[in-house]
Every structure is written in C-alpha cells, then in structure tokens.
Design a protein. Structure first.
Length: 319
C-alpha cells in the first residue's frame, strides 16, 4: 500500500509496549543526561576535546527524550493532537537522533586519532576544532531534515495526516532522502566506527603500557566493544527497516509498517544508553559524581543541602 492507505493498518488504540518503553527511556534518559550536563557545566573546570563532543551528545539525547511524552500520549490512545505538533516533534526526534549518530562517530574518530596518531601535528590541530565540528553536525542534521519537513507540509494533503505518529514517514518514499539517510546518515558513520574501534583495540593490545598494571586494557577493549554493540543494536534495525520500506514502497504491508515503528522505538533507547556507555563508566566522571556532588545537584530538602563541601575532582575528562 502507499502512504494514502496506511490507515488501513489497524493498531490497538492503546499500545502498552510503546508506552512502557518510551516512559522508561524518558525517565532514565532525562535523569542521566541532565546529570551529565550538570557535571559537565558545573563541576568541570578544564574541558578536553572529548568533553566538547560528550556535552553536545548529552544535549542531543536530552532533546530527543523530551519529545517522548507526546509519543506516550499518542500511544495511550488519546486524541486531539495537532498534526503540526506531531510533525514538529518527529522532526526534532530525527534531527537529534542523527545528531547523536554523527557525534558518536566524531568521538570514536577523535579517540582513534589521539591513540593511534598522537604525535602528528595535523591530528593535534584537527582535534582542537571539536567545537566547529559539533557546530557542523548540528547544521548538517537540521539542514538535511528541514527541507523534507517543509516538502511534507506542502505535498501531503490534510486528509492523510490524521494518524499523528502512526503515519508512514514521507521521506521513506523519496529516493534521494532514503539514499542519503542510509549512506551519509548511517553507512559512513558505521564504517568509521568499525574501523576506528578495530584500530583502537589493536593499538591498545600492542601498546607496551597495556602489558603493565598501569591501565586495564581488557576493560578498555570491553568498553569499546560495548559502545559499538549499542550503536549497532539501536540503529541497525531502524535503517534496515527504512531500506525495506523503500524497496516495498509500492505495496507496504502492515507488519512492515509496524516494524518501522518498533525499530524507531529501539533507536530511541540510545538516548538512555549513551550516558551509561560514555559518561558514567569513566573514572574521571565518577570522581566528580561523589556523594556530596549528587546531593548538591539534587537536594532532597534545604536542610540536607546545607553545609555540603565539594570533594569532587575538577580536572578535565581524560580522552
């Protein structure tokens, strides 16, 4: 079926799977990303290049989870949502999802260069441009998404746009949009992360320091592997389903449309998992997150928050 007949797919009025998962992602993701941003901005004196990427990643993930309450509202079977609001929140979600993908890729590439080619002058100079790289990521994701959103508002008739988040994404029907999404939005970042992760593991394994007790090379390798697995688990199903939607665009079945919505839900898990994989597992971050720091960030009452002395480190996050 085409976009005009997607409403023939009967969805349960209340989908508790979507409600439950989105509620967990919103609650946990909101807490973890807000906590990370408070630590970055309030308890960090010196910023490394990695810190710049992590801060932008936390902002992207935070903006993404802030769109989820509307999806929870929709999947509870409640009606009356303005279509322009549904489309706007969908746009914000996609911009920040791809912002996260690009920022994760930049972080992986930056760490690879720092470990594998630390002495090259062009590498050192390039790493200093982290703020400009992040700005470029935001401009790229917003600039690539807005034209699709505008064309959707102009081309799709109002009688089709009655299902809020249940509709088939219009860009899934556009050859250039699908091709650029699958290559630039996912294929190239995945290739970069695979190559850089492999290079990092090889460099750490062959390092003379790794043979000593100064660093736990096994732990570092596990962290790299876990980060890559999270990336694949969250984003591969979504982009695989997007490719299938385009291939079968002339006769899209209801199960395939449902698979798209479930794969998008899985992709949103990344906003909750990023802080666990990249912030809260690092020693420097945990040192900042001592007991008194948590109390000061989230005081239970005025009495318990008085007289608290900061013991956390104020050094930069290690690259």
């Amino acid at each position: 079926m085409t976009i005009n007949t997607t409403h023939n797919c009967t969805e349960p009025q209340i989908n508790l799977i979507f409600v439950g998962v989105y509620a967990v992602v919103f609650t946990v993701g909101l807490f973890l990303n807000l906590t990370a941003l408070v630590v970055f901005f309030c308890y960090t004196k010196l910023w490394s290049h990695t810190m710049v990427y992590m801060t932008n990643l936390a902002i992207a993930d935070l903006l993404l989870v802030l769109t989820l309450p509307l999806r929870i509202y929709y999947h509870l079977g409640l009606s009356g949502l303005p279509q322009v609001l549904c489309e706007g929140m969908g746009l914000v979600l996609l911009v920040n999802m791809y912002g996260s993908i690009f920022l994760l890729t930049c972080m992986c590439f930056d760490r690879c260069m720092a470990v594998c080619l630390p002495m090259l002058s062009w590498v050192q100079e390039g790493r200093k441009k982290a703020p400009l790289v992040c700005l470029g990521v935001w401009l790229l994701t917003a600039g690539a998404s807005l034209p699709i959103y505008i064309s959707k508002r102009r081309e799709v008739s109002k009688d089709i746009q009655v299902n809020c988040f249940g509709n088939l994404p219009v860009y899934a029907m556009q050859p250039m949009a699908v091709a650029s999404t699958l290559t630039v939005g996912f294929g190239i970042p995945l290739l970069v992360m695979l190559v850089c992760s492999w290079a990092l593991i090889q460099a750490i394994t062959r390092s003379s320091i790794a043979q000593t007790d100064y660093i736990d090379s096994g732990k570092i390798q596990r962290m790299i592997t876990i980060s890559l697995v999270i990336f694949l688990t969250c984003f591969l199903p979504y982009h695989g389903t997007l490719a299938l939607l385009y291939v079968h665009r002339e006769a899209i079945t209801c199960p395939l449309l449902a698979a798209y919505h479930y794969s998008l839900m899985v992709a949103c898990l990344n906003a909750m998992l990023d802080p666990l994989a990249y912030y809260f597992t690092t020693e420097t971050f945990r040192r900042k997150m001592d007991k008194d720091s948590v109390r000061r960030m989230f005081p239970v009452n005025s009495h318990s928050s008085e007289g608290i002395n900061m013991r956390g480190s104020r050094g930069p996050v290690n690259t």
